[in-house]
Design a protein around this ligand. Structure first.
Ligand code: SF4
Ligand code: SF4
Length: 226
């Protein structure tokens, strides 16, 4: 039924359709299942999508009493925004059942599908940057995504004293009018707590990083959740 117009290949946002030996062929390993090719194909029912397993979503309850939803991709599956959306849908359901008011989504780095899926629909975006040119470039890009969703943003500076000569992050925050919610100093307590597989505020409660994190938690409560 394919009339070989090539529109599906042109429009696939992930470039996973190729013209090989006179046929348009989908690379199933990189296909994100976004449905664009099926929507643009002029011949009905030429392209069909099948459900496949990309990974698992699981719920655990932390020892602090709040539920944690996490996901694990199967080997070789692309990083799918759909998996993040599935996690968020689960979380919303649990929030309704357990009367939980707020959801925190820990996004991956970058501006890919999984980041867009994490940011979409949020009330507030907390951007985390480090005082380096590479991190400044990353935070500028992700801020454009946040602006696309018209979400208010706050900034947290990690390893804030790591590169004292670099003022780019503060300048960016000032230029864009993004409030800085807090600054976490470089602190060996963080990798040491990770080696103990404990949150730093529990393993080293009096460390510089723990104190800064507690201040940030207070600021989140007072300025965002108020
Ligand atoms: S469903 Fe797959 S092949 Fe089709 S446009 Fe989306 S990513 Fe490309
Ligand atoms: S858009 Fe449809 S008809 Fe055109 S090449 Fe792709 S599958 Fe074939």
């Amino acid at each position: 039924r394919c009339v070989k117009c090539g529109i599906c290949m042109e429009r696939c946002p992930y470039e996973c359709i190729k013209f090989i030996d006179g046929r348009y062929v989908v690379n199933e390993l990189t296909c994100e299942g976004c449905n664009v090719c099926r929507l643009v194909c002029p011949v009905e029912d030429t392209i069909t999508l099948e459900e496949v397993r990309s990974g698992i979503v699981r719920k655990t309850t932390t020892k602090y009493g709040f539920p944690l939803i996490s996901a694990q991709l199967d080997v070789g599956r692309p990083n799918s925004g759909k998996l993040v959306t599935e996690e968020k849908n689960w979380a919303k359901k649990i929030m309704g059942e357990e009367g939980i008011k707020h959801m925190i989504v820990d996004s991956a780095a970058g501006i890919g599908c999984q980041v867009i899926a994490s940011i979409g629909g949020a009330d507030v975006a907390l951007l985390v940057a480090e005082p380096t040119p590479a991190s400044l470039s990353d935070v500028k890009r992700v801020y454009r995504v946040v602006q696309h969703f018209r979400e208010p943003a706050y900034l947290i500076i990690n390893k804030a004293d790591f590169n004292p000569g670099f003022k780019g992050i503060h300048a960016f925050a000032e230029e864009e009018g993004i409030p800085i919610l807090g600054e976490i100093p470089y602190d060996r307590a963080i990798p040491n707590s990770m080696m103990q597989m404990k949150p730093v505020v529990e393993a080293f409660p009096d460390s510089k990083a723990s104190k800064a994190l507690k201040e940030i938690a207070k600021a989140v409560e007072e300025e965002i959740l108020r």
